[in-house]
Design a protein around this ligand. Structure first.
Ligand code: NDP
Length: 486
């Protein structure tokens, strides 16, 4: 199986190679096969990409927003037309089941459509100043850098590029070196849609390339999707040069299931909150707080349905869970499962490596559920980023809210209850940027997405993202004489 692109980088509307860069082997996580060989960006490639972006941005920003939006909407159409091809590429790159990845290009397309349309009505204000008046202009920032994680590569690339480009900025994107392929495909689609050269550039590389981009003098903004430690490092670099930032970071989000919840829906929510994308989702609800009064029916159904999850060949449309992204992550998840056992949590199901014929080198882990966990256990405090659910018990509302908030993270939270007053009351108390009532992990482009506390700064999606890719200019217009004391 091969998925070799024409070259490693995409700069100024064309593929570019520089084989002096460090080698990047792109591995299909289901088999361990090398599907592409790329090179990390050298300083020369970084410089070319940033300069190309800087040169193209000025003219792009002069276009009417509706004209910029038209190009993004054309890119959306191509993303939808090519969803089968792009979904397959995403499966080879990430190992995620094709039944999931076939939907990812549509999510990227939604971002193009939303921002391509919304930007035309995202303008400044008129202010009456009593005779004179003022107005504000929404202006682009300039060259923006996007740095992506490996779980949803094309979605992450699109969610950064779409608002940035719509607003009149240029983008230099660095995907995770684990999943470098679909960002290149997206850059090609932009060119086909008529995006002028230089506005969407992709450079490959490890963390050092991300750092070189984030600290470049010509870069006005850095948007990272990644872990909290990376977010801290990049924020530090960006702050020292007073750059704008958006940080979409990790989480250890709570799902609270009250005793009046619909059991089937609550179990569906908990499963989606933990096992979608093999558990590698930033907003996953990995701390399931379960009311004692509903414990038995919930755990019984949860265990039965977890055991039925079909794990195997990611390219088989019936497969529901594929392998984890790389050996390091595989070992890390297995280590956490061992820690959970040692800490004394009850292993309800999973916990092992499934034996799958033809996939001996695949990085699979069974979907795993621990119950009877306590708040101080590491499996209940640290982000595992794999298919491991931790169930904790509670009895009182105020107690569960306090425990749910007792974490450095604040990305997401969910509440399952039939009592809507309670649902809204509890959601209002939870320290999380993205919340759900009676569902989990729904992230429509129309709603802002992002974290409280260490889970992030700024927001993606919705008009909030256009704010974060623009700056406000205030203009005072004098209609009379200048009031001067001199
Ligand atoms: P990492 O933090 O390891 O990496 C994220 C990106 O940052 C990668 O492209 C990485 O490059 C790059 N990077 C690493 N070090 C630096 C540096 N010093 N300067 C600049 N860039 C750097 O995250 P993962 O890729 O492992 O993704 C998993 C994490 O992402 C989880 O914590 C998850 O919760 C979070 N995440 C958050 C989301 C959100 O929207 N809030 C969504 C998806 C994931 P390289 O790959 O070469 O290391």
């Amino acid at each position: 199986m091969k998925a070799q692109p024409a070259a490693s980088h995409y700069i100024n509307g064309a593929y570019v190679e520089d084989d002096r860069g460090r080698s990047i082997e792109v591995i299909y996580p289901a088999t361990g096969e090398i599907i592409a060989n790329l090179y990390s960006a050298t300083p020369n490639i970084v410089e070319r990409a940033v300069r190309a972006a800087g040169d193209a941005q000025y003219k792009w920003a002069k276009l009417k927003p509706v004209e910029r939006g038209r190009i993004l909407r054309r890119a959306a159409d191509t993303l939808r037309e090519r969803h089968a091809q792009l979904g397959r590429l995403e499966t080879l790159d990430t190992g995620r089941a094709i039944q999931e990845t076939l939907g990812d290009p549509a999510v990227a397309a939604n971002a193009m459509e939303f921002f391509g349309s919304a930007v035309a009505s995202f303008y400044g204000d008129y202010v009456d100043l009593g005779g004179s008046f003022g107005y504000s202009r929404r202006e682009p920032l300039g060259v923006c850098v996007g740095i992506g994680a490996w779980n949803f590569p094309i979605q992450i690339a699109a969610m950064k590029a779409a608002p940035a480009l719509a607003m009149g900025n240029a983008m230099v994107f660095k995907p995770s070196e684990n999943t470098p392929l679909s960002a290149l495909a997206l850059a090609e689609i932009f060119t086909e849609a008529g995006l002028p050269d230089g506005l969407s550039n992709v450079v490959q590389g490890y963390g050092d390339v991300g750092e070189a981009l984030a600290s470049h003098e010509m870069v006005a903004k850095v948007s990272v999707t990644g872990s909290v430690p990376t977010g801290r490092k990049v924020s530090g670099v960006a702050a020292s040069k007073l750059k704008h930032i958006t940080m979409e970071l990790g989480g250890k989000s709570p799902v609270i299931v009250f005793d009046d919840a619909d059991v089937e829906n609550a179990v569906s929510g908990a499963l989606t909150a933990n096992f979608y994308a093999n558990g590698q989702v930033c907003s996953n609800g990995t701390r399931v707080f379960l009311h004692e009064g509903i414990r038995e029916p919930f755990l019984e159904q949860l265990t039965a349905r977890t055991k039925k999850i079909r794990i195997g060949d990611p390219l088989d449309p019936d497969t529901q869970m594929g392998p984890l992204i790389n050996k390091g992550q595989h070992q890390r998840v297995l280590d956490y499962i061992a820690i959970g056992r040692t800490e004394g949590a009850t292993l309800l199901c999973g916990g092992g490596i499934p034996r799958l014929q033809g996939f001996d080198c695949g990085l699979f882990v069974e979907p795993t559920v621990f119950a009877d966990a306590t708040d101080s256990m590491r499996i209940a405090r640290e982000e595992i980023f794999g298919p491991v659910m931790t169930v904790l018990s509670f009895r009182h509302e105020d107690d569960v809210v306090r425990r749910a908030n007792d974490t450095q993270f604040g990305l997401a939270a969910g509440v399952f209850t039939r009592d809507l007053s309670r649902a809204h009351r509890v959601i209002a108390e939870l320290q999380a940027g993205t919340c759900w009532i009676n569902t989990y992990n729904r992230t429509p482009i129309e709603l802002p997405f992002g974290g409280y506390k260490h889970s992030g700064i700024g927001r993606e999606n919705a008009l909030a993202a256009l704010s974060h890719y623009s700056q406000l200019k205030s203009v005072y217009v004098e209609t009379g004489d200048v009031a001067s004391p001199y």
